[in-house]
Design a protein around this ligand. Sequence first.
Ligand code: RIB
Ligand code: CA
Length: 318
Amino acid sequence: MYNVIMDCDPGHDDAIALLLASRADNIRILGVTTVAGNSTLENVTRNARRVLDYAGVTDVDVYAGANKPLMRELYRLTGAIIHGEDGLGGPEIPEAVTPVRPEHAVEFIIRTLRECPEKVVLVPTGPLTNIAMVLTQAPDVKEKIERIVIMGGAIYDPGNVTSAAEFNIYQDPEAARIVFQSGCDIYLNTLDISMKAVFYEEDKERIRAKGGRIPTFVAELLDFFGATHVEHFGFFACPIHDALCVGVLIDENLVTWEHTYVDVSVAEELTRGETVADLWNVTGHAPNCHIARTVNRERFVEMITEHMGRSYVSKGRP
Ligand code: RIB
Ligand code: CA
């Protein structure tokens, strides 16, 4: 059983990642924290809470975190284009009934890492602002972090904000650099695999055909998310980037990895947020990151399809 904290910016693929984690047999969600990214902190927090309530996950608390990157203003363009103005365009689901907790996300993560009797996996699927703040404010908690499974970056393939940079890293490159240089065991799910493990129309319709609240909700999320990918990128398939971070916990063979040294460009404009890997060991730096190299798309599609048909079963406390 993995004890997991999901740090997210829902966001369509974040929402599906939350649903997958809640339905996984081997994942206990200790809490969900939110970070401004795909939309404002207010929107992504509202979305996280209402998705969890809609899915019956009312015993998992949500904590709001950073409302902007560490040193920059919040970049709003791509998120609104891809996820809609409120961050979760498309299906209509009710407002949450469960209140968002008053504790700040960073304080929650630090407290939970210190108090949990077992190690914890951090799964950030938005900008790394909260995680960087945790590691900076409380370096002692690193020993309680089993691994950090990040959705972010692009090594071999182009970015999705600029050709150099993927959105989460572009949004807060300074935070990403802090996390990559933390010494924690980092697994980086990049666009190199998330833009290959995509869902085609027939995959989406298989999910919709299962019927019921969650499969219908996921299909409608993919209707919207897929349409914006066609409109903005001319890309006729739907990547569920963030859910891959959960998928690799459910099936350790879903993705293959390469251990290398990765740094982040914090320069302005042209290379802002570029994740650069020392693939030929010219820097002399020891590897600090496992970058995803291959993914089993069919297995991922089957995993999502099967799990979305499940009901939520609480995993209690560690
Ligand atoms: O580049 C894709 C990532 O940026 C995903 O996490 C998506 O939700 C957005 O946050
Ligand atoms: Ca996200």
